[in-house]
Design a protein around this ligand. Sequence first.
Ligand code: NI
Length: 260
Amino acid sequence: MPMKLFDSHCHFHDKRFNDDRDASFQRAIDSGVTRILTLGDDLEASRKAIEVAEQYEGVVAAAGVHPSNARSWNESSANELEELLAHPKVCVLGEIGLDYYWDKTDEFVEIQHRVFREQLRMAKRLNYPVSIHSRESNADVLTILEEEDGANIGGVLHCFSGSLEEARRGLALGFYLGVGGPVTYKKNDELRELLAEIGTEHLVVETDAPYLSPQPFRGKRNEPAYVATTCQLFAEFLSVAPEQMAEVTYNNALKALRIS
Ligand code: NI
């Protein structure tokens, strides 16, 4: 049986695919990637994500405002986002979350929290799972998810990196953990061991393309096809068959993103 993979987090509508999106999609298909979730990071990008999802079978979209773009959220944003979510190709609200890496001034952190909470409440009200971005902010992301009834929202902690305790807080809310390119990097023994401890039944695989290429392609543009490489390398680390890892994570992604 050929391998079947789900790239559960990428930005396939990104302009870095404008010159070869069809070819890149074909390489994904040839690598067994039959489903792709492309996520917007602001409302404009979310519109592009939907346009691209409309063009390719097996590609679905997420709409949302990334924490780095939290300042773009204004009085009309909630209505606009709600309209985007109603599109039949949109199945996830994301990517949303917190990012303290670039700017953690009190003022910006407060804006990020407000925009994150508002989108979580929308996800709960409209029954969409979420794709969560967290950079140097796991403690606050988890606390907010707990306060906002994350167990009744669900979704993925994308490109998870954190402690075992943080991972378990996410799992307790029913979230899945996203495994991407960093799990293939030489120095990331701790991350590999943590994810091994968590077990494949709670994991999904992703590229975050065009970013975070797995080891053999590091420094180059990432693309959905490479989720097969990440899956294979991590399966080797776990001593499980890549096909088994692919199948389990594929089915997990369907559950996490509530795709029937
Ligand atoms: Ni992303």
